[in-house]
Design a protein around this ligand. Structure first.
Ligand code: NAP
Length: 332
């Protein structure tokens, strides 16, 4: 059986292009005792993969040239010599960008297709949902009546952060890149206010107008000028949750913006970065909470589903143009 795979062809400088990826055909290896064969059904593409394309030490190792790219995947067991993973079982986990993967089960979690849509395990019930919940809870510490600003608000993490902010009793303001996304924030996700950063001349004033009582929590998914503008509006004892910095992921030189430490001093605020692995011991509790809120109708989610194995790299590139609403997923 032929197996299409996508390898890292070149290390991108600046914005990645299709030339940074290479499509190859491989043989599907025969499975040995203890192994099983997985057919890839859905692939998650995520901004953090950009960081893994460069050869730099980080919290996850870099992809190697001429080796497969990988990310969160939902797959189905189609052959098995492992009694714990029977044919027909659906799993989620980090797998290579291949149509078929061989596994022993290490790092994979069976998912119940009857409990939720299986794509939800790549988004709201997966890494991005946990990032939203655990980042906001542990660093943002939201309290009733506070004002929460979320950037990247219509994306996978941001759309969940805003909704959890509402569950916690906050006033929630989302920042996103189109009028359609701003409408989605208010109409589907219950945000109080939305700002289109691409059509707003003065973001500092726009945030001030949307948050006349100031900003108590800023959940930062994008960094750069947008974050500077939010930080000018911080209240005393504010919390800044540094989750992502997508506006700078393709920079070839580190941008130097206003240096905001003075604002942290003058407001006695906390600014803290994290990666979701920091809270691994809270994943079971996080999953339970998100699953309950989803079942109770307190959380909604949206997905942008692109079709075709060969579309995986383009779907990834499209994240940098904001082509997704909610979780960007490729259906194989
Ligand atoms: P996402 O928000 O679903 O997709 C990326 C979005 O970023 C795009 O839709 C686009 O929306 C926005 N964007 C792209 N370029 C931008 C720019 N130059 N300035 C402002 N916005 C830009 O992605 P996600 O998976 O939910 O991730 C969101 C952020 O969280 C990313 O920075 C990611 O790296 C980070 N993250 C961190 C962790 C962690 O453990 N710390 C875990 C997951 C994700 P617009 O149309 O609004 O521009």
């Amino acid at each position: 059986m032929k197996n299409s795979a996508i390898l890292l062809n070149k290390r991108p400088v600046g914005r990645p292009t299709m030339e940074d990826f290479k499509f190859v055909e491989q043989e599907v290896p025969a499975i040995k005792d203890g192994e099983f064969l997985l057919k890839t059904l859905y692939v998650s593409v995520d901004p953090y993969l950009r960081g893994r394309m460069i050869d730099a030490k980080s919290y996850v190792p870099p992809f190697q040239l001429n080796e497969p790219m990988s990310s969160g995947v939902i797959a189905e067991v189609i052959e098995s010599k492992n009694p714990k993973f029977k044919i027909g079982t659906f799993v989620s986990g980090y797998l290579d960008w291949k149509e078929y993967n061989v596994s022993t089960g290490a790092g994979l979690t069976p998912v119940d297709p009857n409990a939720a849509s299986i794509t939800a395990y790549l988004g709201i019930l997966g890494m991005t949902g946990l990032t939203a919940y655990l980042g906001l809870k542990n660093i943002g510490s939201p309290k009733q009546g506070e004002t929460l600003v979320v950037s990247g608000a219509a994306g996978a993490v941001g759309s969940v952060v805003g909704q959890i902010g509402k569950i916690m009793g906050c006033k929630v303001i989302g920042i996103a890149g189109t009028d359609e996304k701003v409408a989605l924030l208010k109409d589907k996700f219950g945000f109080d206010e939305g700002i289109n950063y691409k059509t707003t001349d003065n973001m500092t004033k726009a945030i001030q107008a949307a948050a006349p009582n100031g900003v108590d929590i800023y959940f930062d998914n994008v960094g750069g000028d947008i974050s500077d503008a939010v930080m000018f509006n911080l209240n005393r004892l504010a919390r800044v949750v540094v989750c992502g910095s997508i506006s700078g992921y393709n920079d070839t030189e580190r941008s130097v913006g206003p240096r905001m430490q003075w604002k942290l001093i003058s407001t006695s605020s906390l600014m803290k970065g994290f990666t979701i692995g920091d809270y691994a011991n809270e994943f079971p509790h996080g999953m339970e909470t998100l699953t309950t809120w989803l079942a109770e109708g307190k959380l909604a989610y949206t997905e942008t589903i692109v079709k075709g194995f060969d579309q995986i790299p383009q779907a990834f590139l499209d994240l940098f143009d904001g082509k997704n609403e909610g979780k960007m997923i490729v259906k194989i």
